[in-house]
Design a protein around this ligand. Structure first.
Ligand SMILES: Nc1ncnc2c1ncn2[C@@H]1O[C@H](COP(=O)(O)OP(=O)(O)O)[C@@H](O)[C@H]1O
Ligand SMILES: [Mg+2]
Length: 283
């Protein structure tokens, strides 16, 4: 049984996966996607196969294209193309969450400044504008009134056309933190609070958000597992917020950093990820 680790950069998280493989006797082969050239029309292109692949590329576009190609060659990949391409686009993920009746913030999609302003009037200020593809809180903007809406949206009009898909969401009244829950297969395995840093309203640990262990509760487990199933099933980091009427899910992440969660929860997420990948190979 050989597991392939697909990466574009070896972050501390990927190094934890490599160490976990060594500790648990899992045969892990490294696939640097910077060096990969795959023949789409012929599997006999000299690229060694693996029984299953764990996809860890940071680049969303690279990861889904590699995953699609490997799946077409008959290789299981964690996460699947279906799940990864859905999660990597916040609009597609919101559609899945909403269809599965999972509590999620009210969200609009609009394509011009004028229609975005109408959406914002419907939602009320403050509201949040997000890029449909992006992570680490990048370009996630708090819009306080119609004046700032105009200037923020105007700035987006000079960016790549994907930034003109305006994904606009109600600002949830939450404590100064959110929740990240890790789901692997059918199970929630660990969760943390992420406390916003003093100089930002966003809680991403990549922006200085501070992780704290959060013992799993039945509500958190149930919602997170349902969110994971709604996007197609696999291994995810589900982002949730606390509201007066319970938890809402605002994002499902498909290639998740976990080093801070491992540090504060002592849950061996890299081992669980590898074991889950092994189980996909045996199917
Ligand atoms: N609707 C919202 N209300 C309040 N805070 C939000 C909302 N959406 C996002 N945030 C904050 O912004 C952060 C980044 O947003 P998120 O949708 O998770 O995008 P990213 O993919 O960049 O992490 C969240 O972790 C949360 O702290
Ligand atoms: Mg997030």
């Amino acid at each position: 049984m050989k597991i392939g680790l697909l990466y574009d950069q070896l972050r501390p998280d990927e190094r934890l996966i490599i160490e976990a493989a060594k500790r648990n006797g899992i045969d892990l082969a490294l696939y640097d996607t910077n060096e990969l050239a795959l023949d789409v029309t012929d599997v006999n292109d000299g690229v060694d196969s693996a029984d299953a692949f764990l996809q860890r590329c940071i680049s969303y576009f690279r990861s889904i294209h590699v995953t699609a190609t490997l799946e077409a060659r008959g290789n299981p990949v964690v996460n699947s193309f279906k799940a990864a391409s859905t999660c990597g686009n916040k609009l597609l993920a919101s559609i899945c969450l909403s269809r599965a009746k999972i509590p999620t913030p009210r969200t609009y999609v609009a394509f011009t400044q004028e229609s975005s302003l109408r959406a914002l009037e419907q939602l009320g200020y403050p509201a949040v504008l997000k890029p449909v593809v992006g992570s680490w809180g990048r370009l996630v903007a708090l819009i306080k009134d119609s004046e700032s809406a105009k200037s923020i949206i105007e700035a987006r009009e000079y960016l790549h056309p994907i930034q003109q898909v305006y994904y606009i969401q109600e600002k949830i009244k939450r404590p100064n933190r959110d929740i990240r829950c890790y789901v692997i297969g059918e199970q929630a395995v660990a969760a943390i609070y992420r406390h916003a840093p003093p100089d930002d309203w966003r809680t991403n640990t990549a922006r200085g958000g501070v992780a704290e262990n959060l013992p799993l509760t039945p509500e958190l487990e149930e919602l997170s597992v349902r969110a994971a199933q709604a996007v197609g099933g696999g291994a995810f980091g589900v982002d949730l917020m606390e509201t007066e009427s319970g938890l809402v899910v605002h994002e499902v992440n498909h290639t998740t950093e976990f080093k801070n969660t491992v540090r504060v929860t002592h849950v061996d997420i890299p081992r669980l990820l590898l074991e889950y990948t092994v189980r996909q190979a045996k199917k």
